[in-house]
Design a protein around this ligand. Structure first.
Ligand SMILES: *Cc1c(COP(=O)(O)O)cnc(C)c1O
Length: 393
């Protein structure tokens, strides 16, 4: 028998054992975590829609109409009118011919990649891509080729040399731990030159970037039959689920072949109805994106001159690079004592030596909330000169 209690002790000894805090009540800038109130900069609820009354009302109305469970997989009897309508709205929202609704982003990525490629094919993946994309490539049986972050010149070289019958390039559109953007227009052009598909995972751009929040591809002005958009609906959209959008034939093929679409019970129809309500608010409430931009500007100004560097990021993800793991954890811990929740992210989630505080902003944060975070970080920098100079790295 494997001794998992010993493995767990080892994880704990290396500060790698994860724990959870129990949150009471709804998501928002102020969270009640483990019974204590805190100011939260840890959520992906970028537009502040996770507790929006119109969306909750849409969910409740749909519960009245459809009940709770979907009853079966979408290809049997689980594809409700609410799901059908949402798919059409997602296609219109992204400006793509067709969309397919998945249970979540993890499953969407695994399903899409496995439908497009298999053994003998090649998938080219940015080094900082999300774990679900890597897992999707591994499960597909296709060869995994990792290229350096946003290194389009290198990508073009390896694509040109590849003899694989099917080629797929995979990238986060907004990188989840850095907040920077993939050069989607350039990637789409490279893929077109080398007969490859481009899969852009827009988990962090949808709702935040592009005109009316229509996402990173709209932001970059990219729309072509060889480009597939994967969007998640549990982050800025504030609900749950995900989708693939693109060329109608490609999406039909994904529906026929994606195992994570076929072999799972459809999400509750009430989630689809709630997501439809969310899409309407995303398009309508430009102020949420404008305000996010203002908050990011305030944060950047307020943190100037601190020993830690805020990465340049046009998104709601504002990472503060600390360096050493213990330093990043100490900083997060001290913030927590001051009533602020911003998670430390350490290797292997991010490259060695780049442990950071992943500060994420929400449209429901006020200027005062951001000022409070700035004040706390400035205070800690003063208190902890050893930490601030990175002496423990
Ligand atoms: C969160 C995330 C996913 C997974 O989406 P879920 O709907 O939460 O399963 C996929 N890709 C990226 C880049 C993500 O950040």
């Amino acid at each position: 028998m494997h001794d998992f209690s010993q493995h767990l002790a080892e994880l704990a000894a290396h500060s790698l054992r994860r724990t959870r805090r129990v949150v009471d009540g709804a998501q928002g800038p102020m969270l009640d975590a483990d019974g204590a109130p805190c100011l939260a900069f840890c959520s992906n609820d970028y537009l502040g829609l996770a507790n929006h009354p119109e969306i909750a009302a849409a969910a409740m109305a749909a519960a009245g109409e459809y009940g709770v469970g979907a009853g079966a997989s979408a290809l049997i009897s689980g594809h409700s009118r609410a799901h059908e309508q949402l798919e059409q709205e997602l296609a219109a929202f992204t400006g793509m011919p067709r969309a397919l609704y998945f249970s979540n982003g993890y499953m969407a990525n695994i399903g899409i990649i496995g439908a497009l490629v298999g053994a003998g094919d090649a998938v080219f993946v940015d080094r900082l891509c999300h774990a679900s994309l890597i897992d999707g490539v591994r499960l597909s049986g296709a060869g995994l080729r990792v290229f350096a972050h946003n290194d389009t010149a290198r990508l073009e070289q390896v694509l040109a040399r590849s003899k694989a019958p099917r080629k797929l390039v995979v990238t986060d559109a907004v990188f989840s731990m850095d907040g920077d953007l993939a050069p989607l227009a350039e990637l789409a052009a490279i893929c077109a030159r080398h007969g490859a598909w481009l899969l852009a995972d827009d988990a962090h751009g949808l709702g935040v970037l592009g005109p009316e929040g229509r996402g990173s591809l709209a932001h970059a002005g990219v729309n072509a039959p060889h480009v597939i958009c994967m969007g998640t609906l549990g982050k800025a959209a504030g609900v749950a689920g995900a989708f693939a959008a693109g060329d109608a034939t490609l999406i039909e093929w994904i529906m026929q072949r994606a195992r994570t679409y076929m072999f799972t019970t459809a999400n509750p129809p009430l989630l689809a109805a709630a997501t439809s309500a969310s899409l309407r608010i995303i398009v309508r409430d430009q102020w949420r994106r404008t305000h996010l931009g203002e908050l990011a500007g305030l944060l950047r100004q307020g943190l100037a001159g601190l020993p830690w560097t805020l990465l340049p990021s046009p998104s709601a993800i504002q990472p503060l690079i600390v360096g050493g793991n213990a330093d990043a954890r100490a900083l997060a811990q001290r913030l927590r004592e001051l009533g602020i929740w911003a998670p430390a992210i350490c290797p292997p989630t991010v490259p060695k030596g780049s442990a950071r505080l992943r500060i994420s902003l929400s449209a429901l944060h006020t200027r005062e909330h951001v000022a409070q975070l700035i004040g706390a970080l400035r205070r800690i920098a003063g208190e902890m000169p050893r930490l601030a100079t990175g002496a423990t790295q």
